[in-house]
Design a protein around this ligand. Sequence first.
Ligand SMILES: [Zn+2]
Length: 554
Amino acid sequence: MTEFNRYYTYDEMTAQLHALAAAYPRLAKLESIARTFQGREVWLVEITNPDTGPASEKPGYYIDAQIHAEEHATSAAALYAVWHLLVNYGKDEEVTRLVDTQVFYIIPRINPDGAELSLQPPYHNWCGNGRFLPGADRIEGLIPEDINGDGFIVWMRVPDSKGEWKQSARNRDVMVQRQPGEEGGHYFRLYPEGLIRNFDGVDVKVEKPFDGNMNRNFPTNWSPQEYGAGTHPLSEPEAAGMAKFILDHPNICGMCAYHTHGGLILRPSMTRPDSAMGSRDINLYKEIGKVGTELTGYPTISIYEDFTPDKTKARRGGLMDWTYEEMGIISFGIELWDIERAAGVDKVGYMNLYPRTEEIQQKVYDYVRNHAPDKGWRDWTPFHHPQLGPVEIGGMVNIWSYRNPPEALLENVCRQNALFNLRHAASAPRVLIDSVTITRIEGSLYKVRAEVSNHGYLPTNLSDVAIENQVAKPVRAAIAIENGELVMNPQSIDLGHLAGRNERLYPWSPWGQQWTATSKFAEWLIRAKDNAQVTITAVSEKAGTHRLKRTINA
Ligand SMILES: [Zn+2]
């Protein structure tokens, strides 16, 4: 029984996946795409109805989760999608249609080594992916560690007349920023809980980890300057396994990479302003994003425009950069869970880097004390730090407050987002042969004409980026004749790309986006005997394969 009111360990999740695959052997196939540094398998579930055609001949939708170790809710969301597709097949119209006509590839936990570390006390905030133990990659500076042995890594507040923080006058648990020019109070410095490696007695350095941000390990725009980028693109076994799987499945049309937190649907570009993106691509991202916003309540925003604090330092080497900017696949990243929205705070910004007001912090504090009382908050407790002297240790447990929802809310978060995954998947292009007409010219000479259409929302090339980068393969129509022969035209005809209905966002106008064909035809002349069989096959890398058989009747 798969449950979504708790966070599964790796062994529990593995058992759930095996149980689901065993319960639905016709629809689900479980495989490992990589083995981690600590020897865990990275599971992928493929879901389709094989009776309606092989997976490779159907549009594919890809979901991955927990590339970042601490983002436990993401794994639940991806597991929910697996569960939802399997248990509702044959009952729910949308699920049945999608499992019949498409294929889903779902990786519920890309980074099981890091996740396993982060799921256990002391709840590390950054675990990498098992290449190093937390902190083992850092040379100097503050190494996060549970130094008072209470089972949690939280915060240290250190009395310091130079400090930028003070206690809220209303609630001494809440730390608020000291204002410019403000003097005369009791002030603090705030640091992550831990000891300082190679401390010079003066400056408490807090370095970025260099290990394990696999979402900077992908080949497009890869840069060694990004923290966690790895030694070279795809240096990490999990990222390499993902990349190989994606390249081996060119039928993938849509992707969702799950992250926490923020309650946001992230769309491209990672590196360019919207003004530098093609209008057709930006429109389709906005339109699909609107569906997501309706289903989840999450706003859809551009990573570069709204989620990059320093525009001169765009993120590099991320998954979406590779899958969209290079391959043209329609890719979203979803940041699950917004504690501020749950706590009744108005959304004022998307990146939570700036100091929060006293009022916002108080609301979040109240919410955590009420909804995550066991794991979300630690009372400030005096401690004698061997390097910094008397400090207090306590505050928010990031993983069980900001990063992941209380377990009671998990199922609803999963359901809303899985429904968006389904609707995004359903926007795939879908090539069908609408008709085959066979006309006798004379004797055994016939003209065969096939009308091929894209019935989907997206074009068969998915995006303009795919055309610009010359990765979009044309739709082809091919003929095979039993007891006959081809007289004129190539056996396989290049039909180019077929538009989707996304291009027709508004009624036709000479000033607007001009329409391109959603249907085209292919024609052949053949010689065939009575009762000869003719098979027409329409093939699109992204939009599936469709075959129709006809018999010649003289
Ligand atoms: Zn993340």
